[in-house]
Structure formats: structure tokens, C-alpha cells
Design a protein around this ligand. Structure first.
Ligand code: NDP
Length: 328
């Protein structure tokens, strides 16, 4: 038996309940991993509320790091005793021990501790595919402006640093002056408090009226319209989340009228659908973290049994950087 956080129905943080569940042996293509730390992500909120529906009962959570305890038939890249970390689909990381597909689990380099591993896989791989693979048709060059919303959050702080390493001029938005300062300290070239300032007007000002080549938007409903206004002709709207609610339906014709814009809705799990792709992306992430180019800021830690409070704080926009759930 192991401790796990389960939901029996979609709803508020109170639905997150500590339970004991049975853990079996890994089948073909699976491993059993004992977690040392678990990553908290905004997608966990979507799973809890039902914005992304799950079959009940469900253990949510998509990120963790720990030690491999058992290996199923056909798994060759992991062995018992290996330190490992993952971003997983299906969810199920809010627990001490789980059996899961080995495909998404990567060996954790010695230079990276468990807490950092748990805090960076889903968020870091996301920042990576956004900045390196989600590019406008005209390409991205050093010195180009991009706009990144919620830049002081988990994905955001990693993206600020990685964008600086790539030579991009990242314009950050964030929900307070303190969060703006944090984004600037982590590599953003400019920062806008989008709760007090008109971010589209400020982006025009910063870019001399030209607009940005890409907007990376995980806020969704509240930022959608103005984000489109920030793009230059042929610019790319990269939507990847809905922290404020889903993006409303829109008429494609308006993209033409606004400058022949492109829109894409990306999800990490398309990028890591094979073992080879997962490992290649993870290796790149491990490199930038181990070399210090990207620092993983764990700003909040909650014991697993205080997960309800962790969700409340995340939804109330009280967190910055990465958050982890700790295990006694
Ligand atoms: P964050 O730490 O960034 O937390 C979400 C942030 O969104 C908040 O801190 C807040 O920052 C901002 N926000 C704006 N409006 C709201 C609102 N109404 N309610 C709550 N928060 C709001 O979370 P993560 O780093 O875990 O994830 C960032 C985003 O990336 C999420 O939307 C997530 O779903 C998405 N994501 C998408 C993936 C994909 O592949 N498609 C993969 C991983 C993450 P502020 O106060 O500064 O506005």
C-alpha cells in the first residue's frame, strides 16, 4: 500500500483526499518508481476542476522524481536503483510510489537533485518546445522580441532564462510589480504588470510599433484579444494554456485582417510521444540546468498532505517559480 492523493469527482481543492492505494508490479514497458519529490503544475488544477476531464477515481499530478524500484519486461533504458524524473501522461504523480509507462521516465543526471528534477520536467520541457520548436514561419533570430505571459510562474521563469540564453528579447507579463522584478532578474528584457498596464500598448511602445514575432500565451481567456494585437504581420500566436479560462471561439477571418497571423495550440505530450524524442528533449533540458544557464527556482514546498493549500495558493496567483510537494 502507498499514500496517494485522489479525487472521486471534479471540483474544488477539498476534493483532493489522502488515501491508501495498492501498488502492483510493473507490466511490460512499465516501471515502479518511489518518489522523492512531486512537481505541482497548473494542469493539475484543470484535471481537478474537470476542464480536462478524467475517469474517477483519479490520482492527479504529472511530474515527479525518485528511484526506480522495479522494471517491467522490455524496459532497457532504466534499471533498479536508478535516479529518475518524468513528465507523465497519464497523470498519477501525487503519491509515494506508482507503476507507470517507462517511456516518459528519464534517468536523472547526478548533478541534478530530486527536488530540482521534480520541479522542472513538465515545466522545462514545455519551455523548451515553445522556444525551440514553436517558431514563426519567418524564424526567430537573436535580438527578436517575443511576448511571454505569466512569466514569473513555473514555466515562465524557466522560459525567461532560456530565452536569454538563446539571445531573444523576451517581454514578460506578470500579475504584480514583485513578479515583474523576478522575471527581469531571470533574463526578461522588459516586464509589464498586466493587471495595471495595457500590455498591448506597452508592447507596441517597446518594439517601436512593430509588434512581436511570437506571443506565448498560457493565460487564455483574459489575454487572448490583446495578445493578437501585439503580433507583427505573419506573427505566431502560440496558445498553450487556460489559467484564466479557455480561449473563446473566434472567426479565422480576423487573423487575416490583423496581419495574416498564425495561431497554434500546442501540448507537450505531442512533442514527447516517443521515447527517443523524450530523451532528446530531456538531455537538452538537463544540459541547460546542469550548466547553470537555467536555474530552477523552487519557491514553494508543501508536504503531500497539504496539497489542498498548494492548489489554493496556485489558483490565487500567490506562487512564483516552481512548487513541489514533499514526502516525509
Ligand atoms: P504558473 O506557475 O505559471 O501559474 C499560473 C499563472 O498564471 C499564475 O501564477 C498567474 O500569474 C497566471 N494567471 C493569469 N490569470 C490567472 C487566473 N485568472 N487564475 C490563475 N492564474 C492566472 O503555472 P505553470 O508553470 O504550472 O503553468 C503555466 C501555464 O502553462 C499554465 O496555463 C499551464 O496550463 C500551461 N502549460 C501548458 C502545457 C502545454 O504543453 N500546453 C504544459 C505545461 C504547462 P500572474 O499572477 O503573474 O498573472
Amino acid at each position: 500500500m502507498t499514500r496517494a492523493i485522489q479525487i472521486r469527482q471534479h471540483g474544488g481543492p477539498e476534493e483532493l483526499q489522502l488515501v491508501q492505494v495498492q501498488v502492483g508490479q510493473p507490466g511490460p514497458g512499465e516501471v515502479r518508481i518511489r518518489h522523492h519529490a512531486i512537481g505541482l503544475n497548473f494542469i493539475d488544477v484543470y484535471h481537478r476542476t474537470g476542464l480536462y476531464p478524467l475517469t474517477m477515481p483519479a490520482t492527479i499530478g504529472m511530474e515527479a522524481a525518485g528511484v526506480i524500484e522495479a522494471v517491467g519486461e522490455g524496459v532497457t533504458h532504466l534499471a533498479v536503483g536508478d535516479r529518475a524524473a518524468y513528465a507523465s501522461n497519464p497523470p498519477g504523480s501525487y503519491c509515494e510510489v506508482r507503476v507507470m509507462p517507462a517511456m516518459c521516465v528519464c534517468k536523472l543526471p547526478d548533478a541534478i537533485d530530486f527536488e530540482t528534477g521534480a520541479a522542472m520536467m513538465l515545466k522545462g520541457l514545455t519551455a523548451q518546445y515553445l522556444l525551440k520548436k514553436t517558431r514563426p514561419v519567418e524564424g526567430l533570430e537573436r535580438g527578436d522580441h517575443v511576448l511571454f505571459h505569466a512569466a514569473a510562474g513555473g514555466v515562465g521563469l524557466i522560459a525567461c532564462q532560456w530565452a536569454r540564453a538563446l539571445g531573444l528579447e523576451l517581454i514578460a507579463t506578470a500579475g504584480s510589480g514583485e513578479k515583474c522584478r523576478l522575471a527581469l532578474a531571470n533574463g526578461a528584457a522588459h516586464a509589464i504588470n498586466y493587471r495595471t498596464e495595457d500590455f498591448a500598448a506597452r508592447v507596441k511602445e517597446i518594439t517601436g510599433g512593430r509588434g512581436v514575432k511570437v506571443v506565448y500565451d498560457s493565460v487564455g481567456r483574459d489575454t487572448w484579444d490583446k495578445s493578437l494585437q501585439c503580433l507583427r504581420p505573419f506573427g505566431l500566436m502560440a496558445s498553450f494554456g487556460n489559467a484564466s479560462g479557455p480561449v473563446p471561439p473566434f472567426a479565422p477571418g480576423m487573423l487575416g485582417a490583423m496581419g495574416s497571423l498564425y495561431v497554434t495550440r500546442q501540448t507537450l505530450f505531442t512533442h514527447i510521444r516517443t521515447r527517443e524524442a523524450t530523451q532528446a528533449m530531456a538531455d537538452e533540458l538537463f544540459d541547460v540546468v546542469a550548466s547553470g544557464q537555467v536555474k530552477i527556482h523552487i519557491e514553494q514546498r508543501y508536504p503531500l498532505e497539504q496539497v489542498q493549500q498548494a492548489h489554493r495558493d496556485l489558483e490565487a496567483r500567490k506562487t512564483t517559480g516552481s512548487t513541489i510537494l514533499t514526502l516525509a
